[in-house]
Design a protein around this ligand. Structure first.
Ligand code: MN
Length: 201
């Protein structure tokens, strides 16, 4: 959850003299909040979904990545808030460092809090939606578009598991399996191998 020290966990896991990741800091909330999904080839390949809320990037690790099929529920495990600067980070986290492996900006864009638009009150902010475990956002990404829900599940409470689900709208099933059909960087067009190779030079 964003708070004044919400990046403490992010910083405590990293040695900034050894990783190219940005140290960053909490910023003013953005007028048009951004969203990013980073493809991260760490010990297990996964996708990190991040939504800017309150000047930091709220984050979930999605092992299988997003689906555009409303019938498919993808596990999303909450991870530490990241600084806004992280949204454009592509590169290689060196071996031995936290999250070692290649990071790609797989998709990026802006989002709207659609639950907040339905009930424009204090209680429908992203912070409140997070606390309640029910977030609904409209993504305007390079690859993903339309409504996505993030729902905290009771069953996985002990592991704080959430589910990422495509909402039913005109963008459902388009494209059907974007992590497979559009594997390259939304920022630079590079493949994972190209990012890894260029970082070695
Ligand atoms: Mn990750």
């Amino acid at each position: 959850m964003p708070s004044d020290d919400s990046l403490e966990s992010y910083r405590s896991k990293r040695h900034f003299e050894k990783t190219p990741e940005p140290m960053g800091g909490k910023e003013e909330p953005l007028k048009h909040p951004i969203y990013v999904i980073q493809k991260h080839d760490a010990s297990h390949l996964h996708y990190d979904l991040r939504l800017e809320v309150g000047g930091v990037l709220m984050s979930w690790a999605v092992p299988k990545g997003p689906s555009t099929d409303p019938k498919v529920k993808r596990l999303a495990m909450p991870t530490e808030d990241h600084p806004i600067e992280y949204a454009t980070f592509e590169g290689v986290i060196p071996e031995g460092q936290y999250g070692a492996g290649t990071v790609m900006v797989w998709d990026t864009g802006t989002y709207r809090n659609i639950r907040g638009e339905k009930q424009p009150s204090e209680k429908a902010t992203m912070e409140e939606a997070y606390k309640k475990g029910k977030i609904e956002v409209w993504l305007e990404g390079e690859k993903l578009k339309g409504g996505y829900a993030l729902i905290r599940t009771g069953r996985l409470e002990e592991k704080r598991g959430w589910l990422l689900i495509k909402m039913r709208d005109e963008y459902a099933d388009k494209p059907q399996d974007p992590v497979k059909t559009e594997p390259n960087s939304a920022l630079t067009g590079r493949t994972m191998e190209e990012i890894a190779g260029e970082a070695k030079r």
